[in-house]
Design a protein around this ligand. Structure first.
Ligand code: IMP
Ligand code: MG
Length: 180
């Protein structure tokens, strides 16, 4: 098993498996007609997934504009949980089809916040694409339109995702198993 920074990381989704799934998702996305598509990558965790999915969208025949929004959760584990904007997009979303891209859909708070924000700003339609869905952790009802993989309830790292700022650079998604 790979050892990175002294930790054993068990791969869960390999680069080949992820790449094949990205191509299939891009085809699904392109099969639903889009008007003036704006893709918004939710930073930081989605940056690698978004980079790959956006290129797969090109291969599937789409020409989206690409934007970035940095969101952060606060009050995790307390009663006042919420999401705040750290850095906003620059583009106007009015009348446009928006595709939000995130790494993981867990409680749904982050993506619900982002989706509601884009509708409040006048988006015509907002779809959601996530690499991983931790369905067992959902609070309320929120589904992604496009899901890469159902994810077991482990804390995962790699392919853009971190634990304490580490492991974003891994080309696969894995689980930290302990010290090597
Ligand atoms: P939600 O708002 O509860 O749906 O949380 C989703 C966000 O939590 C994702 O965008 C990730 O940034 C983060 N997250 C949730 N689970 C994991 C994990 O297993 N590894 C890394 N980040 C995670
Ligand atoms: Mg995130």
């Amino acid at each position: 098993m790979p050892v990175v920074r002294g930790k054993i990381i068990e791969p869960l989704f390999t680069p080949d498996v992820i790449a094949a799934r990205n191509r299939a998702m891009a085809t699904e996305i392109a099969n639903n007609p889009k008007t003036d598509l704006l893709v918004i990558s939710i930073l930081k965790g989605s940056f690698i997934f978004a980079a790959d999915l956006i290129r797969a969208l090109h291969d599937a025949g789409l020409a989206p504009e690409v934007e970035f929004i940095t969101l952060s959760s606060y009050g995790r584990g307390t009663t006042s949980q919420g999401v705040k904007i750290i850095k906003d997009i620059d583009s106007d979303v009015r009348g446009r089809d928006v595709l939000l891209i995130d790494d993981i859909l867990e409680s749904g708070r982050t993506l619900r916040f982002a989706r509601d924000l884009m509708y409040e700003r006048g988006a015509k339609d907002v779809e959601i694409a996530v690499l991983l869905d931790k369905h067992s952790r959902r609070e309320g009802t929120l589904d992604a339109n496009y899901v890469g993989f159902e994810c077991p309830d482990y804390f995962v790292v790699g392919y853009g995702m971190d634990v304490a700022y580490a492991f974003r650079e891994l080309p696969f998604v894995g689980v930290v198993k302990g010290d090597a």
